[in-house]
Design a protein around this ligand. Structure first.
Ligand SMILES: *[C@@H]1O[C@H](CO)[C@@H](O)[C@H](O)[C@H]1NC(C)=O
Ligand SMILES: *[C@@H]1O[C@H](CO)[C@@H](O)[C@H](O)[C@H]1NC(C)=O
Ligand SMILES: *[C@@H]1O[C@H](CO)[C@@H](O)[C@H](O)[C@H]1NC(C)=O
Ligand SMILES: *[C@@H]1O[C@H](CO)[C@@H](O)[C@H](O)[C@H]1NC(C)=O
Ligand SMILES: *[C@@H]1O[C@H](CO)[C@@H](O)[C@H](O)[C@H]1NC(C)=O
Ligand SMILES: *[C@@H]1O[C@H](CO)[C@@H](O)[C@H](O)[C@H]1NC(C)=O
Length: 331
């Protein structure tokens, strides 16, 4: 059964996309093609190596921790697409624009006018980095599910990767991700992301409640497997203070994402399905500790504002970034 899932992965692979889809804006570059072909054959090798990476439909082995996440509400709506849910916390971390300029590769501009048009009162000389701590649940395509996993990292939205001074991309250079989940780890590495196989607390949920004198306090932490020493932890409490509008979160979470710039990931987050509306969207305030490239050493961000929510998503993988020239998220 598990090999059927790899067949699905192969089916989605860009080599086949190149053969089957002819997008007018798609300029295929030789070295990218070479890269796709290598990646295709490495998945093919995995397919025939036949180790069992997967849980195929629903039932989890006994003894494995059970998530509290509600089921994927859109799997049946988009049976031929990769869908899932993302439960967790998304926070905006203001950093000095000067620091952002040092961290983001110099060939890419920063679209300051784009984030300022969404956040007119964002402090001068600052840039909104993003921290996401998310549990991926019931990720599937064609009825085949992969095991749940968790990931977290710092992302840099409003990056002008096409140098058109217009289209916003999100640069996601590094991730902490569930160790042992070879498909998710490989999936992220194929974008050129620096991926740290990690253990999480809680193990199979987005966060857990902790005792505190502040209401609605939750904890989340990720630690890479030795010998690497990456980590990220969050402690958030409920707040009445909604500093950044939901529209801002919708905007950057839906930007096409890249790491080394060879291909782009397009994840459309839906904020209007039952998983979001049933629990609502909770504004939170708290502290994040990060030890993860491109930051040097451990950094702590206090009084960070964000949202705790679940959302459904549709993901289109390994797309040529050029496809998104002029994209604004509403086409
Ligand atoms: C999101 O995760 C939290 C923590 O595990 C859980 O309490 C909540 O029910 C989840 N939300 C949904 C909609 O599944
Ligand atoms: C579903 O996948 C197809 C084929 O890859 C793609 O053209 C389409 O845009 C996807 N649908 C959504 C809603 O992303
Ligand atoms: C980029 O676009 C913004 C908004 O349209 C404009 O103010 C700015 O001057 C442009 N920058 C460059 C380098 O063209
Ligand atoms: C093709 O893409 C690679 C990697 O994205 C880049 O280094 C190279 O310059 C590109 N070549 C052309 C001819 O565009
Ligand atoms: C939910 O939002 C998506 C895009 O954000 C939109 O395409 C869809 O029509 C919306 N669905 C409902 C039921 O409002
Ligand atoms: C996101 O923000 C940019 C910059 O203001 C804007 O051009 C774009 O249309 C927005 N996209 C969505 C989906 O709101």
């Amino acid at each position: 059964m598990f090999s059927s899932y790899l067949d699905v992965v192969l089916l989605f692979h860009p080599v086949l996309a190149l053969l089957t889809i002819q997008h007018p804006k798609m300029h295929i570059n030789h070295s990218n093609l070479q890269y796709f072909v290598i990646s295709f054959f490495s998945i093919l090798a995995l397919r025939y190596a036949g180790s069992s990476y997967f849980l195929v439909p629903a039932e989890a082995p006994t003894g494995v921790c059970m998530t509290k996440d509600q089921p994927n509400p859109i799997a049946a709506l988009y049976p031929g697409n990769c869908t899932g849910t993302l439960n967790g916390t998304v926070a905006v971390v203001p950093i000095a624009l000067e620091l952002a300029r040092q961290l983001i590769p110099p060939q890419y501009g920063i679209l300051e006018h784009a984030y300022r048009s969404l956040l007119p009162s964002f402090p001068k000389g600052m840039y909104p980095a993003i921290v996401q701590a998310l549990h991926d649940h019931e990720v599937q395509a064609f009825g085949y599910k992969i095991e749940d996993f968790t990931r977290t990292g710092v992302e840099f939205p409003f990056v002008d990767m096409l140098n058109d001074n217009h289209t916003s991309f999100k640069w996601a250079p590094s991730l902490l991700m569930t160790s042992g989940h070879d498909i998710a780890l490989k999936g992220a590495k194929d974008y050129g992301t620096e991926v740290f196989a990690s253990t999480f607390d809680p193990g199979c949920d987005a966060y857990r409640s902790v005792k505190s004198n502040k209401p609605g306090t939750t904890y989340f932490s990720a630690k890479s497997i030795a010998p690497s020493e990456a980590s990220l932890s969050t402690l958030f409490s409920s707040t009445d203070h909604e500093v950044f509008p939901l529209e801002f979160f919708k905007n950057f979470t839906n930007q096409p994402t890249f790491a080394d710039g060879k291909t782009c990931d397009h994840m459309t987050r839906l904020f209007n399905t039952s998983v979001t509306t049933s629990h609502g969207i909770e504004p939170v305030k708290g502290t994040i500790r990060v030890k993860l490239p491109p930051f040097v050493g451990e950094v702590e961000f206090k009084d960070v504002y964000g949202l705790r929510l679940d959302s459904a998503f549709i993901e289109n993988n390994y797309l040529p970034c050029e496809t998104f020239r002029g994209y604004s998220g509403n086409e």
